[in-house]
Design a protein around this ligand. Structure first.
Ligand SMILES: Cc1ncc(C[n+]2csc(CCOP(=O)(O)OP(=O)(O)O)c2C)c(N)n1
Length: 660
């Protein structure tokens, strides 16, 4: 359908929406130049027909994920003009109270799951939102907008592979304006027919005129019909022009004048106005509409300028919701002898049974039941809809968990080895961790990542790291390191109940350890250390594999007449500062033991906190035992020389008591 085939009222409405976006962008550029707010803005002038056409094809329940160039999408979604203007101006009245700004705003209440300032990162999130609606049988469609540059991103590729494999109701709208920031797409991509790239991954592809809102509407509409019919994702390449610079301060020294002239000649707002005139709409009618748009923009700008800045007193609020409290599982209390791995399996089984919105997925997790057998039989019991295998695509695993969580699911995803998480950390650190804060506390990403870590004989330097400190460093994430079958079970159940992203670092070396595990009854709260042993001479603070080693070391110390308190901290975020203070008061000597490398290990954080809060109370400096700052080799003889052990903990604790 060409523009001229739209009904006159539709044509006028499209013009009003596109003009509103254009005037909005002009005004925020002026406000930025007048220093009404700080930072960069990426404006979408020249691309207005894409969001306007796309939204015209969608239903009220559908969802949108946009890029940082997303003001047009926000307006087309119906985010109120004044709230959007105030957000771009970083005011308290903004849709996110000034926490999203121009490039990272979130407004799920208006269908906009969020903009994204990380190129390509919205793709796996959108795929996850599409997964959520597919699982829930909701019939929704998720539209994700990306630029041409974003088609080269790993996260984009992973999301397309995942969406095609699961036939997710996802419509990718690629706004191909020919520029990846300052570089033309044909300089960096041998295949510039971007829909062909997607076709190679099994998606329906279409290449359309992105200056024409009717062409966009038609293509998105067809894609949405296919998506709702269960026929999977589509890729709509909307060819358009970036009318202005990449961002407000970009001098565009790299851009040929001819390219800018081409963009000006193709201006979709002016083009639509000409067509309206040709269709017989009078100048008076157009001017009245234009006056109305101008007044609305003026009012929104004035309101934003005079709106208060966010209250600095609230700057630290909404990083996390309160941790999940204790609760009744509604299951009879029982005790069973289980291995650590089986205890995790039992927690997953019970959560899948208890909550329809729990999903369990990851690489080899479904059919095979996990490379360590931890998810065995869950797919048989709960079906492929809720327990399934993922492509080897960690960004898709983690990002889809964010999107699914935003849409009401409680995904529990497995990253096979903690080392593999490193290829996709963006989705945890830049995405999951931000949701609550950026949305001003209105939304969360309640997902659980299970992974396993640590060194075992033969494990190479890429399969042996202890990485908990990396994630405990990130505000917004919760981090647990269970050391026993009971904790592996109970902490996972607490994690699923929590409203924020939780990462649980299991220990591969402990999967076969057995213990009588209490199941059912009361679900424990999230957080809190466990005192494994009490003694007055020295406190050993530890977690994960070294918590067990510390208990063993304490037995050796006892044989020498040294009584140790052993605290298994279990959760590093939130950290049980009280348990640390109690142990310190009881002993006045603290040893911290962890398997991770010492520099920047979480022990450093604990030592610093003790220094800040308890300076002068100790009889000896805080000591740490951990792996030295060396890569981990597979040869057991070399590992043995590096890794902390029962003996090294015992030796360090003894020295602390004897020598101070
Ligand atoms: C992961 C990542 N790498 C690099 C950047 C810096 N950057 C911001 S915008 C941009 C260009 C993106 O081009 P495209 O996807 O075509 O979108 P457009 O700017 O044309 O809307 C780049 C490289 C970023 N924000 N995120």
């Amino acid at each position: 359908m060409a523009v001229s085939q739209l009904a006159p009222t539709e044509l006028l409405e499209a013009y009003r929406s596109m003009l509103t976006i254009r005037r909005f962008e002009e005004r925020v550029l002026e406000l930025r130049r007048a220093d009404v707010f700080a930072g960069s803005i990426h404006l979408c002038a020249g691309q207005e027909a894409v969001p306007v056409g796309a939204l015209a094809a969608l239903d009220d329940g559908d969802r949108i994920v946009a890029t940082y160039r997303g003001h047009g999408w926000a307006l087309a979604c119906g985010v109120p003009l004044d709230q959007l203007m105030a957000e771009v101006c970083q005011r308290s009245t903004g849709v996110n109270g000034g926490r999203g700004g121009s490039a990272h705003l979130m407004a799920p209440e208006f269908r906009l799951l969020g903009e994204n300032s990380i190129v390509g990162a919205g793709m796996p999130i959108a795929a996850g939102a599409a997964l959520a609606t597919q699982v829930a049988g909701g019939g929704r469609v998720v539209v994700v907008s990306i630029g041409d540059g974003a088609t080269s991103q790993g996260a984009t590729h992973e999301a397309l592979v995942f969406a095609a494999y699961r036939r997710l109701p996802l419509v990718v709208v690629c706004e191909n304006n020919g520029w990846s920031e300052m570089t033309p797409i044909d300089r960096i991509a041998p295949v510039t027919d971007l829909s062909a790239r997607a076709a190679g991954l099994g998606l329906n592809g279409a290449r359309i005129d992105g200056n024409d809102p009717a062409a966009v509407r038609e293509a998105v509409s067809e894609a949405a019909v296919r998506a709702r019919a269960g026929e999977g994702p589509s890729f709509v390449e909307a060819r358009c022009h970036r009318l202005w610079a990449h961002y407000n301060a970009d001098p565009e020294h790299y851009r040929p004048a001819a390219d800018r002239e081409l963009a000006e000649a193709a201006d979709p707002v002016m083009g639509l106005r000409r067509r309206l005139t040709e269709a017989g709409v009078s100048d008076d009618e157009l001017m009245e509409l234009e006056e109305g748009v101008a007044q609305a923009i003026d009012a929104a700008a004035e309101a934003a300028i005079s709106a208060p800045s966010p209250d600095p007193g609230g700057a630290a609020a909404h990083v996390n919701a309160p941790p999940a409290g204790a609760g009744d599982t509604g299951e009879p209390l029982e005790e069973r002898e289980l291995t650590y791995g089986k205890a995790v399996n039992e927690a997953l089984r019970r959560e899948l049974a208890a909550r329809e919105n729990v999903l369990v997925y990851g690489e080899d997790v479904g059919h095979a039941g996990g490379i360590f057998g931890v998810t065995r039989t869950l797919q048989e019991e709960f079906g492929e809809r809720r327990v399934f295998d993922m492509p080897i695509a960690e960004a898709a695993i983690l990002g889809s968990a964010v999107g699914a969580a935003l849409e009401g699911m409680r995904p529990i995803v497995e990253i096979m080895w903690a080392d593999f998480m490193l290829v996709a950390l963006d989705q945890l650190i830049n995405q999951a961790a931000n949701v609550r804060y950026v949305s001003n506390g209105r939304h969360g990403a309640p997902l659980v990542v299970r992974t396993q870590q640590g060194a075992t004989p033969g494990s190479c330097a890429q399969h042996s790291q202890s990485l908990e400190a990396l994630l405990a460093h990130i505000p917004g994430l919760r981090v647990g390191v269970p050391s026993t079958p009971q904790d592996a079970h109970s902490m996972l159940r607490a994690a699923v109940a929590d409203d924020d992203p939780v990462i649980l670092f299991e220990a591969r070396s402990l999967y076969q350890r057995k213990q009588a595990v209490r199941l059912g009854g009361q679900r424990e709260r999230l957080g809190g250390a466990r005192v494994r042993r009490e003694g007055g001479d020295v406190a050993i603070l530890s977690w994960g594999t070294m918590a067990l080693a510390a208990e063993e070391a304490a037995k050796g110390l006892a044989a020498k007449g040294i009584e140790a308190t052993v605290v298994d901290l279990r959760w590093l975020a939130p950290l049980d500062d009280e348990a640390i203070a109690d142990a310190l008061v009881r002993t006045n000597r603290v040893l911290i033991a962890h398997e991770a490398n010492v520099t920047g290990g979480f022990g450093a954080e604990i030592a610093a906190r003790i220094g800040e809060r308890h300076f002068g109370e100790l009889d000896a400096p805080v000591r740490r035992v951990g792996a030295p700052d060396v890569r981990i080799p597979p040869a057991p003889a070399l590992q043995g020389a590096l890794l902390p052990s029962v003996a090294s903990i015992e030796h360090a604790a003894e020295r602390l008591v004897v020598e101070g």
